[in-house]
Design a protein around this ligand. Structure first.
Ligand code: PMT
Length: 392
């Protein structure tokens, strides 16, 4: 996606400027042509020479002393696919929101003929300040793209939102700037992965779902412009950049988390392989082998999360999945009616569970549309396009 594309990297005065060097290196490695615009403050953290040595086609530091370019802030984004300001301080957001153009970077933002993206980097109190949030809202309304911020420990020792995303995550999210924003600002809730039902404090019942399909859908939704909440059963998968994740263990915990979150969402995609049954009374102590008799387990039914959401008065647009071993379409359609949802994504266990690829059929009341076998990322993109058609 980046090969041959011109990306302009705006760098402002934040300690996160050191991450921009790695960002530039990765962009160039992926085939992008990069120019850099640095503010005065940025040059206190890293030097123009660093970016030049890493392969930047040009590094603009001022409107006044560029020998090879008459009007740097106008020329900088000519033919550019994206102007990415990373790190973006509270100051540059405030200037961009007001249209202030008092240095080469803020002037280039005002003159940009390409999409502008910001990767915020600032102290968490500065990020949460009403003034910054007003500027972010204004810039979003004006069409700017926000990548992050991340949360965690900050250079100043505070903890919270405001960290610049890691370069790899930024590059992943930047693809969204090139992709059509099919679900722009749509709030999407997704469940993924297996659930785990305890037998005793060390043993339990689970299944082979890896979470890969659900995580791929979360990533595709973010790239399509959605605000995504991902409720994940036990899996070691990395959270896709830009996704808000809630971890759960059991089906009941997943149910509670979904019911808490669902009123704020417009689309619900139930990808998780949820246990239909749980052990009625899990042992509170480890069951010992010395008790020669095999333990007898009594099961009780778990709540059906998807059916419960679909039955809500203000239900979001609901998509279910069905993993079957046989009679794929008939079984999937039976689930569609039983759970009262408009779309079920049907897949065979052997094609889907814990695999990197998937072969799915979109099953609706009056249609069954098979997709060719593809990576889970490609299946996710096709599903997001389908959902966008249905909800727009
Ligand atoms: O995680 P991966 O390794 O990538 O594998 C992906 C997958 C195979 C898990 C996924 O593609 C898939 O098919 N998920 C659904 C698994 C399944 O068999 O679901 P089900 O037939 O038990 O349930 C049908 C639907 O109801 C599903 O949307 C499920 O999330 C939902 N459900 C089921 C039971 C329950 N108690 N609550 C639910 O919400």
């Amino acid at each position: 996606m980046l090969t041959g594309q011109k990306i302009v990297l705006g760098v402002t005065g934040s300690i996160a400027a050191y991450k921009s060097c790695e960002l530039l290196r990765l962009l160039i490695k992926r085939g992008a042509r990069c120019s850099v615009i640095m503010t005065q403050a940025a040059q206190r953290f890293v030097t123009p020479l660093t970016f030049e040595a890493l392969g930047a086609e040009s590094v603009i530091t001022s409107d006044w002393d560029q020998a090879d370019c008459a009007i740097p802030h106008i020329e900088a984004t000519r033919d550019a696919k994206l102007l990415l300001v990373a790190p973006a301080t509270a100051n540059i957001l405030a200037k961009a929101a007001q249209g202030i153009a008092d240095d080469v970077l803020s002037a280039a933002i005002l003159a940009a003929r390409c999409p502008v993206a910001f990767a915020p980097a600032m102290n968490t109190y500065m990020w949460h300040n009403n003034a910054t949030q007003r500027n972010v809202a204004q810039l979003t309304q004006d069409g700017a793209i926000f990548l992050g911020p991340d949360s965690g420990e900050q250079a100043c020792g505070d903890v919270g939102s405001g960290r610049m995303l890691e370069p790899e995550d930024l590059i992943e999210l930047m693809q969204g700037a090139f992709a059509p924003r099919l679900l722009d600002r749509c709030r999407v809730l997704i469940t993924a992965g297996p659930t785990y039902e305890p037998i005793d404090p060390v043993r339990g019942i689970t299944n082979l779902s890896s979470g890969k399909q659900g995580f791929a859908i979360a990533k595709a939704a973010v790239l399509a412009g959605a605000e995504v909440t991902l409720i994940a059963g036990p899996t070691a998968l990395k959270t896709p950049a830009g996704v808000r994740r809630i971890d759960v263990l059991t089906a009941r915990e997943m149910y509670e988390a979904v019911m808490e979150e669902v009123p704020r969402h417009e689309v619900f995609i139930s990808v998780a392989a949820v246990a239909d049954w749980r052990i009625e009374k899990p042992a509170t102590h480890k069951i010992k082998k010395e008790f020669t008799q095999a333990p007898e387990l009594t099961f009780t039914e778990n709540p059906d999360i998807l059916a419960s959401v679909a039955a809500l008065e203000n239900a979001p647009y609901c998509v279910g999945f069905a993993a079957e071993t046989d009679n794929l379409i008939d079984n999937a359609r039976a689930k569609l009616y039983r759970k009262n949802v408009p779309l079920i994504v049907a897949n065979l266990v052997k094609d889907a569970m814990n695999k990197d690829t998937n072969a799915v059929v979109f099953v609706e009341r009056d249609a069954a549309t098979p997709l060719t076998k593809a990576t889970k990322e490609a299946v996710a993109q096709a599903l997001i396009a389908k959902i966008a058609q249905e909800v727009s």
